[in-house]
Ligand binder design. Sequence first.
Ligand code: G4F
Length: 328
Amino acid sequence: MRKKALITGITGQDGAYLSRLLIDKGYQVHGIVRRVALEDPEHRLWRLKPILNKIKLHAGSLESYASLFNIVQKVKPDECYHLAAQSFVSYSFEDEFSTINTNINGTHFILSALKERAPKCKIYFAASSEMFGHVREIPQTENTPFHPRSPYGISKVAGFELTRNYREAYNLFACNGILFNHESPMRGYEFVTRKITLGVARIKAGLDKELRLGNLEAKRDWGFAGDFIEAMWLMLQEKKPDDYVVATGETHTVRRFVELAFDYAGLDWKKYVKQDKVLFRPAEVNQLIGDYSKAKRILGWKPKVKFEELVKMMMDEDLRRVKCQKQF
Ligand code: G4F
């Protein structure tokens, strides 16, 4: 019988890559989406467009225990990937209550529903390097203490602990993937990498004259989303559930990303980038760099796409898109 996977957050970047991977592996893929997404597929399901006829979508909400419970009961998944969240760190400062409520309750609800209706299901929780925040050591490992710096980071620490507690208290096969930043041509436009590559492509096409950014000195460990989702799947194929850092082991400033992207388009970034105080965060995570040696040792996982290739991949896609559809 085909294995059944249930993905929350299937409409996002990671959900789109993961769905493709699972379809290729022969899984029956189910996703939970908000009802509005089903009513407006053109805008909200664009990342899933090429595979819509190969997956089954269910209307539900992270805010409703009943909806998650009913979907879990109906699907009875073998594996569940809980990716859904309010995932934009900056926005979490503006609306801390909804970020904290949705992210923490959503994780609690899905864990509880799985415990009640599919206790054998293997569970992946999308934890985050944002949990390390004001970092206590460099590089960060599975043993580095957390010091989150945003409501989003706090909500992920709570999700991490809930997942670990369901594993220890109820014997669920529940894993935390502590993923560092991961990007791709399917990244949302609010995140800095995509904002930069689209911004450069628009400037190149003469559609914009400047690119406004916040803190250029922040350092991130940026990998390719297509590589990182493989680690999610590998965690659930292990004999025992555990927590893993997924990263590249390299760190770069936002400024470096900017330089490479503008260089690629043959432009001098200093002429176009304006720093805007409004885009700085009330509390910043200054430096992230992950040590993925546990994932390498146990899962046999390592990142394939290097930083420079990632910038080129995203630039190529945005230059192409802006060229064919000037509305971007
Ligand atoms: O691209 P970002 O918004 O990503 P951030 O905050 O690191 O979070 C991402 O990665 C996490 C994993 O560590 C995920 F959990 C999370 O969901 C998300 O995917 O910002 C990256 C850096 C920050 O230091 C920010 O201050 O870029 C800096 N930055 C500078 N100017 C900007 C901007 N970020 C954004 N979004 N927009 C700017 O104009």
